[in-house]
Design a binder for this molecule. Structure first.
Ligand SMILES: Cc1cc2nc3c(=O)[nH]c(=O)nc-3n(C[C@H](O)[C@H](O)[C@H](O)COP(=O)(O)OP(=O)(O)OC[C@H]3O[C@@H](n4cnc5c(N)ncnc54)[C@H](O)[C@@H]3O)c2cc1C
Length: 407
């Protein structure tokens, strides 16, 4: 199948970036018969950690990682409003896990290696020459620039994707900055996460506390205001968790709003490089690894057939958009509507959402991977919708038709 083309390239598929999306894409491409190289710019997989590690039960299964990475089981959420309003939602069973993120990344890379993938650390990709049949990737390695040739390159190189830029592919729509610390904190429930919804705390996003090891939690906030992110975080930590010990600090970017094009001749993008994180939560592991399975399969098939043109790789774009784009676009709209609400309106909405009928819908259909399912049920019920509309009548009237269009 691929034999006539093997002589002029070193690998069928090169995956740039050994995060969760890259490791899964590389493994699946190898399982489909391709010779695969996985390149990581940093000296270690999974470090530094830039993640809270909250992953749905479905997400862990879909990634293929071992359950050994689970730190905690989560089945509920406490949402706090700007004026101390409180909404508690819970599932009868475990809905999500808190995972050890660097072990998780390692586990996925080890699985890729077992499938036959070659891994190189400390090897950042710096340049790319493309064509519909052969890609020349330049990698900095031990102070030298080395050329490696492959049929297809998968850009899984995260928020500041070198591959997206080199291939002339567009960026995701916007970036959220996440600032987080692991602190000493005993949460009210070890199987609940806490979220704070207030623009005064976290403009245009939210703040969180997620139980981690015994007596510790990962607490942080996201915002689309990069200049103020750290100052907002410091102020919030001092007020919300006075006297806590800060055991570790992390920050990172979360691109949201999928890129308008993720495939071109010889290249496809996956994970954060493609803007596949969920705009409502910033969670990118489930969507990124799910899209990566499609990317690995399509890339291997195209590479082995010798046709790496945009037309051949376009199957990836069609399939991942069919699976996730509706939910990601709805999430982006919800993110924008939230950004337009003032804090008193958020407070009233949270109070209105405490109506037992709404709580029932949120508990039954609430899903961190598919938040649109609960939103759809509420918007389709005139009495539940009327209850929420009272909280912010003018704004909801403007945005409701848009929301209905997306559902
Ligand atoms: C504070 C914070 C909290 C988060 N919490 C959660 C959460 O709880 N749950 C969740 O699902 N998501 C969360 N996310 C998002 C999640 O971390 C990302 O969506 C996810 O890591 C994306 O995976 P990826 O493989 O696409 O990219 P990444 O994990 O960013 O991996 C990209 C890899 O590419 C490497 N790389 C970059 N450039 C090059 C290059 N030129 N050459 C070679 N290698 C390169 C990088 O070193 C990195 O290892 C959070 C993000 C932040 C910032």
């Amino acid at each position: 199948m691929g034999a006539p083309y093997r002589s002029d390239c070193d690998y069928e598929v090169i995956v740039v970036g050994a995060g969760p999306a890259g490791a899964v894409a590389a493994r699946v491409a190898a399982e489909h018969g391709a010779r695969v190289l996985l390149l990581e710019g940093r000296p270690e997989v999974g470090r530094p950690i830039q993640c809270t590690g909250l992953l749905s039960v479905r997400g862990l299964e879909a990634s293929g990682a071992s359950p050994d990475v689970i730190v905690r089981e989560i089945r509920g959420v406490i949402a706090y409003g700007p004026g101390g309003e409180r909404l508690v939602l819970e599932k009868p069973e475990t809905h999500a896990y808190v995972i050890d993120r660097d072990r998780f990344d390692w586990d996925l890379v080890e699985r890729a290696v077992r499938a036959g993938v070659e891994v190189r650390l400390k090897s950042p990709a710096v340049e790319l020459n493309r064509s519909p049949t052969l890609q020349e990737l330049y990698v900095r390695s031990n102070g030298h620039k080395e050329r490696i040739r492959a049929r297809v390159v998968i850009g899984a190189d995260g928020p500041r994707s070198v591959i997206a830029r080199a291939a002339g592919l567009p960026s995701p729509e916007k970036t959220i900055i996440g600032v987080q610390a692991t602190i000493s904190y005993k949460p009210p429930r070890e199987d609940y996460v806490e979220v704070w919804l207030s623009h005064a705390i976290a403009p245009n996003f939210f703040a969180w506390a997620v139980p981690a090891g015994p007596g510790t939690a990962r607490v942080g906030l996201g915002t689309d205001d990069p200049k103020r992110a750290k100052a907002l975080f410091d102020r919030w930590i001092a007020r919300q968790f006075p006297g806590c010990d800060i055991l570790g600090f992390q920050s990172g970017s979360i691109p949201i709003g999928p890129s308008s094009q993720t495939v071109t001749d010889g290249v496809l993008l996956v994970g954060d490089a493609a803007g596949q994180a969920k705009p409502t939560s910033g969670g990118g592991i489930y969507t990124g690894t799910s899209c990566a399975r499609i990317a690995g399969e399509v890339a291997a098939r195209a590479a082995l057939s010798g046709d790496a043109s945009e037309a051949a790789l376009g199957e990836y774009e069609r399939r991942w958009r069919e699976a996730f784009e509706g939910e990601l676009r709805l999430g982006l709209l919800a993110h924008r509507i939230f950004g337009r609400l003032r804090d008193p309106e958020i407070a009233r909405l949270l109070e209105a959402a405490g109506d037992p009928r709404i709580v029932r819908v949120l508990c039954e259909l609430g899903d961190i991977d598919y938040p649109g399912r609960a939103v759809r049920k509420i918007v389709e019920s005139p009495s539940l919708l009327a209850k929420l509309l009272q909280a912010a009548p003018r704004r909801m009237e403007i945005y409701l038709p848009l929301l209905q269009e997306h559902l």
